[in-house]
Design a protein around this ligand. Structure first.
Ligand code: ATP
Length: 360
């Protein structure tokens, strides 16, 4: 297995569009790194540069310490699994799995041995003679993974490999990929726009937006300490609530909004120097909790109640703005109710309203 290092990697398309701005990070040998971001943010472009399918405009790309900017895709020893993994319909599963190896001139016995090994790993042994049309969606996806696996590459690149599957299968395949990664100890770069997939699969995550890296960290660190408003709003479902206003200090901290003041208590994240400045305060839906009226910080009107079984999402309105709370399903308020809520000061996030950067 191999490490992958990006040094100020940049991509400008011939039409002048800057798809990736100076991306620098290293994927350790054996690491599963996820690149996540909204549609069009440049994550596929970045993956294709690693694969050698897209010329690099500037910067350096190294695999295992060797600069590969000018190295042809098939000399890089990477394998890519695409979102639209077209299997050859006229070939059996075994032939589909072995095709890449045969193309590279591997001996018949060797191809057969590798195909058997990979089929065992992916539990496809009893489907080796089937054609793709006879497979389930999950089996097809496993064959697509298997085609990358047979080559035993240094690095696996996966571009939204689960996005064509239905929700249930996606969850099952997500676990299979995590298991596969643990078993193989392979270096993997996994691109997705799905934050749940990113959070559950990634050992580390690169959050991307508009061609720029926003933050790189472990899933829980990203969730607990998002570096800016984009990361804070992108990771977490339902998304973090944002309240904008001016910070004031008199006794405790207050957030002054056009609709009135909100008592914030003594949040450890609020630095004294920020009194009088415009901020955005972030509260995760699970950090808003119903409280007796005397202890409440705000009272919000319930608009829509979404019970999802083990919890309830409450869509609320407070001072004309939408808020979401996430509660255990014990109490089910009704639409139209007014609900007193509080939050723990130490769970609040603070951002500079001008730059969006995290404070504290
Ligand atoms: P998605 O999840 O929708 O695939 P993405 O994050 O993978 O999005 P990319 O496919 O990397 O995004 O595209 C990044 C940006 O570059 C987009 O704005 C896209 O329109 C643009 N782009 C992609 N390919 C080209 C090209 N060949 N020429 C010009 N612009 C391109």
């Amino acid at each position: 297995m191999a490490s992958v290092r990006l040094d100020q990697l940049r991509k400008v398309y011939p039409n002048g569009h800057v798809a990736v701005e100076e991306a620098s990070f290293e994927i350790a040998s054996g690491e599963l790194m996820v690149l996540v971001g909204p549609s069009g943010c440049g994550k596929t472009t970045l993956l294709r540069m690693i694969a050698g399918l897209e010329p690099i405009s500037a910067g350096t790309l190294s695999i295992d310490g060797r600069v590969v900017n000018e190295v042809a895709p098939k000399e890089r020893d990477v394998a890519m699994v695409f979102q639209n993994y077209a299997l050859y319909p006229h070939m059996t599963v075994a032939e589909n799995l072995g095709f890449g190896l045969r193309l590279r001139g591997a001996a018949r016995d060797e191809v057969a041995r590798r195909v058997r090994e990979v089929a065992r790993t992916l539990e496809l042994e009893d489907r080796l003679d089937a054609r793709p049309a006879a497979l389930s969606g999950g089996q097809r996806q496993r064959v697509a993974l298997g085609r990358a696996l047979v080559r035993d590459p240094k690095v696996f690149l996966l571009d939204e490999p689960l996005s064509n599957l239905d929700a249930r299968l996606r969850v099952a395949m997500r676990v299979e990929i995590a298991r596969l990664h643990q078993r193989l100890g392979a270096t993997m770069v996994y691109v997705t726009h799905d934050q749940i997939e990113a959070m559950t699969l990634g050992q580390r995550i690169v959050v991307f937006d508009r061609g720029r890296i926003q933050q790189i960290d472990t899933p829980m660190n990203l969730y607990r300490r998002p570096a800016n408003l984009f990361v804070a709003g992108f990771l977490g479902s339902p998304a973090m609530n944002f309240l904008r206003g001016t910070l004031r200090r008199d006794g405790g901290w207050r957030l002054e909004t056009p609709h009135g003041a909100l008592a914030l208590g003594e949040p450890p994240a609020a630095p004294a120097a920020w009194a009088g400045r415009e901020v955005v305060v972030g509260v995760r839906p699970e950090d808003l909790e119903p409280a007796p009226a005397a202890e409440a910080v705000l009272a919000a009107r319930v608009e829509v109640v979404e019970p999802v079984g083990n919890e309830v999402f409450l869509n609320l309105r407070f001072d004309g703005r939408p808020l979401v709370a996430r509660l255990p399903p014990r109490t089910l308020p009704a639409p139209g109710d007014t609900l007193p809520l509080r939050f723990a000061a130490e769970r609040l996030h603070f951002f500079d309203a001008a730059s969006g950067g995290r404070i504290g």
